[in-house]
Design a protein around this ligand. Structure first.
Ligand code: ATP
Ligand code: MG
Length: 259
């Protein structure tokens, strides 16, 4: 299994799903075999990849629940290097089912270890909470990418998330690295957004991706067509930004394997 990156932030609506879908698609465009895992019961990543509510096939719930099977959970997509493990309505029940089970933080990690699939990247979209699902993602991941909306109190949000990650490291995954903080929904017409970017860079320096994701209406339209932005409108600002992000992630990976 290649590099496993969890896309996480306890705050809702910051661009986690948009980033998971479009970073995965951008890596696939760079001909890296990539697996996108939807670990959110809201299933926005799944819908964004064109898998509908009437889909009857197995997904993350069936894969992670007791006696879980990997048969049939990996779906092909319109992109040849990108595959998907979709989420569905049953996933919300998993946390309750797992209460009291030994090693319940490590279920995803174990399932990924035995997956008969050779991916260079695994991108995991997390729900907006720090429940057992997110904990499973962080326990399985090599690194975490933290999307942060360019808005008031962004710094406080990042600091809170960093504190959480310290505790997660101690509890379940000492080796968990920070892939980077990603500034999202940047609107260059507002002073506030510019100030937020400056401040976040001043405090977190190299921990922040150089790429900033602009607010771009094409990014918000693409999911309703069930397509990553590169399939929906490859020339849009949003597409360019996520392709640039993928280049940075590939650079991080090279630095990692060299060092
Ligand atoms: P949740 O916490 O509910 O899972 P999230 O963190 O996954 O949310 P998204 O679903 O990616 O956030 O984004 C929230 C909303 O903002 C969506 O409607 C999405 O289409 C829109 N959005 C995300 N990024 C951008 C962007 N760069 N430009 C315009 N719209 C965006
Ligand atoms: Mg989401």
């Amino acid at each position: 299994m290649g590099r496993i990156i969890a896309i996480a932030n306890q705050k809702g609506g910051v661009g986690k799903t948009t980033t998971a879908v479009n970073l995965a698609a951008a890596l696939a465009m760079a001909e890296k075999k990539t697996l996108l895992v939807d670990l959110d019961p809201q299933a926005n990543t799944t819908r964004g990849m064109g898998v509908g509510r009437d889909d009857e096939g197995p997904g993350t719930y069936e894969w992670l629940s007791q006696g879980g099977e990997s048969e049939g959970v990996i779906r092909g997509t319109e992109m040849s290097h990108l595959s998907l493990i979709p989420s569905g309505r049953h996933l919300a029940g998993l946390e309750v089912e797992l209460v009291g089970r030994d090693g319940r933080e490590y279920i995803l990690r174990r399932r990924l270890e035995v997956l008969p699939h050779e991916d260079q990247f695994v991108i995991i979209d997390c729900p907006p909470s720090l429940g057992l699902l997110t904990l499973n993602a962080l326990a399985a991941a090599d690194s975490v990418l933290i999307p942060v909306q360019c808005e008031y109190l962004a710094l406080e949000g990042i600091a809170e998330m960093m504190g959480t990650l310290d505790r997660v490291r101690q509890a379940v995954n000492p080796g968990l690295a920070i892939e980077g903080v990603l500034l999202t929904m940047y609107d260059d017409r507002t002073n506030l957004a510019r100030q937020v970017v400056e401040e976040v860079r001043r405090v977190f320096g190299d921990g922040v991706f150089k790429t900033v994701i602009p607010r771009n209406v094409r990014l918000s339209e693409a999911p309703s067509f069930g397509q990553p932005i590169m399939m929906y409108d490859v020339r849009s600002k949003g597409s360019e930004a996520y392709l640039a992000l993928a280049v940075e992630v590939l650079g991080n990976e090279q630095a990692q394997s060299a060092g």
